[in-house]
Design a protein around this ligand. Structure first.
Ligand SMILES: Cc1ncc(C[n+]2csc(CCOP(=O)(O)OP(=O)(O)O)c2C)c(N)n1
Ligand SMILES: [Mg+2]
Length: 656
């Protein structure tokens, strides 16, 4: 009996995925074999997408949160005409191929985000859906109704839903009533260890309904009509996001491995693969796809292609105000800086406060800047008086992420991937650990996300060691692509924000103080930041010693330098706003800055990474956790006072 074209395409997705894993002799065939029917229905009958315009902003998004099933996405991108050649599938997981082990954003056209770390995909999808809602509200207000109107679809596995971040993100999505977010839960009850119930017996329905989500169930995984009905019902919901529990069988079609964890992370093997082909009724060789299957896939996207072309015409005809919302013109660091050049605090203020003033002025001048905080907006200075984003009104500018740092980071990634916004999110530096896996994805995906981390050192005082970041600057600095900037005063805050916002391809971590800082650095514009990462804030070229310092500690170095002058010791102080850029530029030619003079480092964090700049005995740093007490007393206790710095300089110069 000849099979319907529908079931032939489903088989093609399954077999192509099996073939990739067999060819690589590595990978995960189980997920694609289980999810192929849902993937087929989504790509052919539900999703509005145009493979020839993969960056069309109004396309429906598809996120394979369970990135280990990457063979599935590659099969789909190949069959539906995203330009992923069969040769690439044959080189699955090989160096230099377009088919890496886990889907990588920016590497393979059609991959919307990098996934693999479980939980990140579903959580970033919340950010994508939020960006859609916020952008739609803005263009609606500008008179272009429905020009932004699309869905975000996610395939998520047991592991995705077990990860804590999925709780944070799903709770936020329910609160924000992001009804265009549709998650298909691959409910195969299998994880690596075996039966998922060995470790988890959550009632997924109750869990998601408690968040304010809609719940739908697909019991027969091979019933394409039932799947389509579920997707359409999910699309019709307007009261909140929807989760579709799809009762699948991992490795479906493999006579001996289906339903078992052994099909999770290793190839079927030649014998089992051919048994599965037989089960599907598939008579073609490896990587052999009959022409009518390509035709079926590609004709199913004709409607999406047409929609994209129509959309382009209405975009082209729309008012420039609408275009500016959808595709904001890139702004240079100097242009940002111009919007804040006048800011001149008359007195010493905390860098979190100058950040607030700076960001407020920038946000007034540039409407695409949006962001929020993990319930610390007042403390971190991201409460600038703009309206909140609210489930009944997405026009707001400030997002209450709640006490959900990890989901905040994932949402910032999702919003940036979606397009239309420049985003920031804030919390205390000490809690950067809670968002770190999302920061890592910002860095891997080359996203210009801005993280605001305040309360930057032991100077926070009374809250004690749990709230005093010690190793966090170092921990952020070791992550490739992350620009960690720790300004010394309001002038450097302005420069740092300008550079960070202008950056489209690297995340920034902006580190601000809780305590007041005097204005001690020159208004040097922005160019020096990207070029040198540092600038001289005190002293001249012929000096006895050069002190390199960052953030809050720079002012006490300047004070020490002034005191030492009276004793005939000349000191140059260099503020290292962005250490990694400074090291790139000067690591092997520090003499350009020191002219052979002695060197010292002063920073209230662990000394890691400063070895290249000063000998260990000349590094004033934290070598233990901090302590609870009044901020200045705690600082002095650990050696961060102008008196101690002056003494250490004298010792270093043999004049003590
Ligand atoms: C954060 C994180 N922890 C652990 C892993 C390793 N890992 C990959 S898949 C997986 C679980 C597999 O179970 P499930 O999510 O149900 O996927 P399935 O086997 O059903 O495809 C684990 C623990 C990971 N990718 N990410
Ligand atoms: Mg599973």
């Amino acid at each position: 009996m000849s099979q319907s074209i529908d079931s032939q395409v489903v088989s093609a997705i399954r077999v192509l995925s099996i073939d990739q894993v067999e060819a690589a002799n590595a990978g995960h065939p189980g997920l694609p074999m289980g999810l192929a029917p849902a993937a087929y229905v989504l790509f052919s009958k539900v999703m509005r997408h145009a493979p020839s315009k993969p960056h069309w902003i109004n396309r429906d998004r598809f996120i394979l949160s369970a990135g280990h099933g990457s063979a599935l996405i590659y099969s789909l991108l190949h069959l539906y005409g995203y330009g992923l050649e069969i040769e690439e599938l044959k080189h699955f997981r090989q160096l230099g191929s377009k088919t890496p082990g886990h889907p990588e954003f920016g590497h393979t056209t059609g991959v919307e985000m990098t996934t693999g770390p479980l939980g990140q995909g579903i959580s970033s999808a919340v950010g994508m859906a939020l960006a859609e809602a916020m952008l739609a509200a803005r263009v609606d207000q500008a008179g272009a109704k429905d020009i932004i109107d699309h869905h975000t679809f996610v395939f998520a596995s047991d592991g995705d839903l077990m990860e804590g971040i999925s709780h944070e993100a799903a709770s936020l999505a329910g609160h924000l009533k992001l009804h265009k977010l549709i998650v298909l839960f691959d409910s195969n009850s299998i994880t690596i260890t075996g039966d998922a119930h060995l470790s988890c017996n959550d009632d997924v329905r109750k869990r998601f309904e408690a968040y304010g989500w809609n719940y739908l169930l697909v019991e027969d995984h091979e019933d394409l009509e039932e799947i389509e009905r579920a997707f359409n019902e999910a699309k019709a919901n307007t009261n909140g996001p929807t989760i579709i529990e799809y009762k699948s069988v991992i490795g479906y079609g493999s006579p001996n491995k289906a339903g078992k964890s052994t099909v999770h992370g290793s190839p079927l093997g030649a014998v089992e693969a051919s048994a599965a082909r037989e089960f599907y009724g598939w008579n073609h060789g490896p990587f052999e796809i009959p022409e009518e299957i390509y035709q079926a896939c590609q004709s199913s996207v004709a409607a999406g292609e047409e929609a994209a072309a129509k959309w382009q015409a209405s975009y082209d005809a729309s008012a420039s105000a609408v275009k500016a919302i959808i595709d904001p013109t890139p702004v240079t660091a100097d242009e940002y800086y111009a919007a804040i050049a006048d800011f001149d605090p008359a007195k010493a203020i905390a860098s979190r406060v100058s950040s607030k003033e700076t960001l407020k002025q920038l946000s007034l001048a540039h409407l695409d800047i949006v962001g929020g905080s993990a319930d610390l907006a007042e403390s971190t200075g991201t409460n600038m008086g703009f309206d909140f984003v609210d489930p009944s009104d997405y026009l707001g500018r400030e997002i209450n992420f709640g006490i959900r740092e990890h989901a905040m980071g994932a949402c910032l990634n999702g919003m940036t991937l979606h397009g239309g916004f420049k985003v920031y999110g804030s919390t205390f530096l000490v809690f950067s650990d809670y968002v770190r896996p999302a920061v890592r994805l910002s860095a891997i995906m080359n996203l210009g996300v801005n993280y605001v981390f305040t309360h930057d050192s032991i100077a926070v005082g009374e809250d004690g060691p749990t709230h005093q970041p010690i190793e966090h600057l170092a921990a952020l600095r070791v992550m490739p692509n992350v620009r960690v900037m720790r300004p010394a005063d309001a002038n450097e805050v302005a420069a740092a924000w300008s550079v960070a916002l202008a950056e489209r391809h690297f995340p920034s971590a902006l580190i601000f103080s809780r305590q007041n800082l005097p204005l001690i650095t020159p208004k040097d514009g922005t160019e020096w930041v990207n070029r040198d990462g540092c600038h001289v804030v005190y002293g001249g070229d012929n000096c006895d010693i050069v002190i390199f310092s960052t953030g809050s500690e720079v002012a006490m170095c300047v004070e020490a330098a002034k005191a030492l002058e009276a004793e005939g010791i000349s000191v140059k102080v260099i503020s290292v706003l962005w250490r990694e850029r400074f090291l790139d530029r000067y690591r092997s030619n520090l003499d350009e800055l020191t002219n052979g003079a002695a060197t010292m480092v002063v920073e209230a964090g662990v000394p890691s990474g400063w070895e290249a700049v000063a000998p260990d005995e000349n590094i004033i740093a934290m070598r233990s956790f901090g302590a609870s007490g009044k901020g200045p007393e705690v600082q002095a206790h650990f050696g961060f006072s102008s008196e101690n710095i002056a003494n250490r300089v004298k010792k270093a110069l043999g004049k003590a």
